[in-house]
Design a protein around this ligand. Sequence first.
Ligand SMILES: Cc1ncc(COP(=O)(O)O)c(C=O)c1O
Length: 360
Amino acid sequence: MSLPVDLVPPVDLVPPAGAVPSTGAVPSTARRPRLVPVPRRSEPLTLADADLQVPLVTGGTVGYANFDYAASAPAARVAVEAITDLLPRYASVHRGAGLPSALCTRRYERAREQVARFLGCRDDDTVVFTRNTTDSTNLLAHALPADATVVVFDSEHHATLLPWRRPVRLPVPDSPADAVRAVHAALRELRRGEHAPGPLLLAVTGASNVTGEIWPIAELAAAAHRYGARIFVDAAQLAPHRPVDLAAADIDYLALSGHKLYAPFGTGVLAGRADWLDAAPPYLAGGGATALVGDATNDVRWSTGAARHEAGSPNVLGAVALGAVCAALGAPTGTRRSTGSAGSPSDCMPGWPPSTASRC
Ligand SMILES: Cc1ncc(COP(=O)(O)O)c(C=O)c1O
């Protein structure tokens, strides 16, 4: 069975009537979600759990109907194939001289480029591999300038509600359009007053896990920028359902989870502007995040770019699987990122391994 991913309607994000969302992000008023037409993709994404059989209490088995893609989607076959291909030859990236290490480093960096193209990143954006959306929002919170104020709606998933040091919480809006009005009012007020003298960040969901609504992120970005604020979009639910284009929508930061995007658990992404990320202390101190470690105590020069926040041996297989899914889903139309290595055979190790060289 192959499932066109775009046929999964946003309504699958809606909890059963009366259910309390597992995140605790309960809207103050029960509202029906607005169903929006879903653009079709030309190529279906085949899923790995297509033939999953589950036992019945009455005996026998039945084909499993998975109604919980919003929590974790099954893996796409391209993800399984990417892992199966690399698993026999994997090695740590960025720190080995051997051939498997060189291959994995290329695959890992190609995956980063595939994610960047899928998200329509600008050429100078940083794409950090994290564990999931929660990890990504925490990384951004860690990287914020010390005097930054973050504006969030009470309806946010806890991953986007809780990590901030100085949050200003807005009540649950009546609709996505009401959210735009509320953002204008809140940011205008903050800029007028003395409560937020430093940088401002608006943190919003792209598609609500509570109501299934798709939020007008380009309008919210325009509203944020009008008051000199930046915008962070939690795309955990949006990226699996809609094309996302950071450059076109003028989004400053975006987070997603691999396990909601048909890749396995354990890989997420924070993508966006490099300056705050490069100025922040490394998320984790350790190997891979340094440009130089001298003999003297504290004689450390930290890397810039994604490496600064990816210390330790990364989840190569997870990143490569996520990259494969992003490549299969395709870049948003009109993406402005230069071609780079995505889709090109730049991870090819000429002549090695002989049996799979053509698949490099
Ligand atoms: C809108 C939204 N944001 C963030 C998250 C957190 O994702 P993760 O648990 O992968 O960090 C979820 C998960 O359900 C979500 O629905």
